[in-house]
Write a protein that binds this ligand. Structure first.
Ligand SMILES: *[C@@H]1O[C@H](CO)[C@@H](O)[C@H](O)[C@H]1NC(C)=O
Ligand SMILES: *[C@@H]1O[C@H](CO)[C@@H](O)[C@H](O)[C@H]1NC(C)=O
Ligand SMILES: *[C@@H]1O[C@H](CO)[C@@H](O)[C@H](O)[C@H]1NC(C)=O
Ligand SMILES: *[C@@H]1O[C@H](CO)[C@@H](O)[C@H](O)[C@H]1NC(C)=O
Ligand SMILES: *[C@@H]1O[C@H](CO)[C@@H](O)[C@H](O)[C@H]1NC(C)=O
Ligand SMILES: *[C@@H]1O[C@H](CO)[C@@H](O)[C@H](O)[C@H]1NC(C)=O
Ligand SMILES: *[C@@H]1O[C@H](CO)[C@@H](O)[C@H](O)[C@H]1NC(C)=O
Length: 383
């Protein structure tokens, strides 16, 4: 367990930042806060299982455009017409919950075709077709907004094209809202943990001006920062990293330094841990040598499964001050994850930076009584 002095230092940091933020606050009304979660279409976890009282927004993941027509051909998506049924069930369930929740349809995802998005973004005719289809589908199935998850633009030109896409999208959404006299659809995007991609390929910056002008906000994927591919253990969503700038805080600072308005920033947190197989049972700190992923699908383990791992005799849980993260290990395996404490600290930090809110990836990985999600929602309310 963490020593009380570790905890105290982290809390002091969070509270100091909070005090600074409160002093500089003005009387302008803040935009609606965001407490969001993604939902992966999944028969074993139907939309009715979601405790909507804990969230303000929910993202339905995912849908992808057809690679020839550039439209969201809902009838032809995998699982055929069941996709349409799944949308309708989702939006109707979310609307009729005791706590209704705003729904967005998320386009793309980590496994979607990045070159297809590159082509669509580069060509104004293809952009128009794609945008038109996204608005038609969002309206037809009762979503309140559209989220774009392109992982990731590969070049500076593709980043520029992404900015053009956002502008054209915003104009189409505004025109549609005026002509139908309905509130405009929300437009958001899921983005890299930092404002620039710098770890591989051509260095490239997101189109920050276009994001400020055209998007309601961005979901910053402040996670998956370290994994078994590093060959050493590391905090997958650590606040700090003494060895590099690959950390949640560096990433969020890079967005703010690049000129992105804090109210456009929503911080992502994982409801899962990443696992490593230790090379030497005697070396089990952050940065310990490892030999590939540990248990779980691709070295990923749901939070509720991490709790089961932690219950085994011989497992130790450590709150690490240097990375602002929690990990647990036994003689064979090491898991970096988020717990009630790290989530509370992150939310204090996000509020100190005046961010718009937070989101989780993904529904179904918390405990059955939504322990982490509840803690996050309570922590944000304290101020
Ligand atoms: C379009 O996608 C389908 C399904 O993934 C694939 O089989 C096909 O080769 C793709 N066609 C083009 C032109 O990219
Ligand atoms: C991805 O999209 C590109 C550009 O449209 C296309 O050439 C390629 O075949 C697509 N790949 C798949 C797997 O569909
Ligand atoms: C843009 O896409 C359209 C089809 O959507 C195609 O007819 C046109 O040739 C493309 N333009 C360029 C410059 O690739
Ligand atoms: C999409 O295109 C169709 C056909 O041109 C048009 O009737 C419709 O109004 C467009 N929808 C939006 C949201 O722009
Ligand atoms: C991890 O180890 C593999 C196999 O030895 C090696 O190919 C790879 O470059 C290493 N990765 C890093 C980040 O050091
Ligand atoms: C991290 O450092 C590299 C190299 O100095 C720089 O290119 C990159 O933008 C920095 N990233 C962040 C998130 O600070
Ligand atoms: C470590 O945890 C794994 C996964 O739960 C378990 O199979 C293994 O027996 C544990 N090892 C030790 C030495 O406790």
């Amino acid at each position: 367990m963490a020593t009380s002095s570790n905890l105290k230092q982290l809390l002091t940091l969070a509270l100091t930042l909070l005090a600074v933020a409160t002093k500089s606050s003005t009387c302008t009304p803040s935009p609606t806060r965001v407490k969001a979660i993604y939902y992966l279409d999944n028969p074993t976890f139907p939309p009715s299982s979601i405790d909507t009282s804990l969230f303000t927004h929910i993202f339905y993941a995912f849908v992808v455009p057809n690679n020839i027509t550039y439209k969201l051909e809902i009838q032809q998506q995998q699982g055929s017409s069941s996709k349409a049924t799944s949308f309708t069930t989702f939006t109707n369930t979310c609307k009729t919950k005791p706590s209704p929740i705003t729904t967005l349809i998320s386009i793309g995802g980590a496994n979607s075709n990045s070159s297809l998005f590159a082509f669509i973004a580069s060509n104004s005719t293809a952009r128009a077709t794609f945008i038109n289809s996204s608005i038609e589908v969002a309206r037809a199935y009762g979503f309140n907004g559209i989220d774009f998850d392109w992982e990731f633009p590969q070049t500076a030109k593709e980043m520029n094209d992404l900015g053009d896409l956002f502008l054209q999208w915003r104009n189409a959404i505004s025109d549609e809202a005026i002509s139908t006299r309905r509130p405009p659809l929300l437009l958001t995007a899921a983005v890299y943990f930092a404002a620039g991609l710098f770890l591989s390929g051509e260095p490239r910056m997101y189109p920050v001006d276009s994001i400020n002008k055209n998007l309601d906000w961005i979901n910053v994927m402040s996670y998956d920062l370290h994994g078994a591919w590093n060959n050493v253990t590391g905090a997958p969503s650590g606040m700090f990293d003494p060895r590099s700038n690959v950390s949640v805080v560096s990433g969020l600072f890079s967005w703010i330094q690049s000129g992105l308005l804090p109210e456009k920033l929503v911080m992502g947190m994982p409801l899962y841990g990443k696992t490593w197989k230790l090379q030497d049972p005697g070396k089990h700190g952050v940065g310990a040598p490892s030999v590939g992923p540990g248990p779980g699908v691709d070295g990923g383990m749901a939070y509720f499964q991490v709790l089961n791992f932690n219950k085994q005799t011989g497992t130790k849980v450590v709150h690490d001050k240097q990375t602002g993260s929690v990990y647990s290990y036994n003689e064979s395996y090491w898991i970096g994850y988020e717990d009630l404490f790290t989530v509370s600290i992150k939310i204090g930090f996000a509020q100190a930076l005046k961010l718009r809110g937070y989101f989780f990836w993904v529904a179904g990985l918390d405990t059955s009584d939504w322990e982490i999600s509840t803690q996050a929602s309570k922590a944000w309310k304290l101020v």
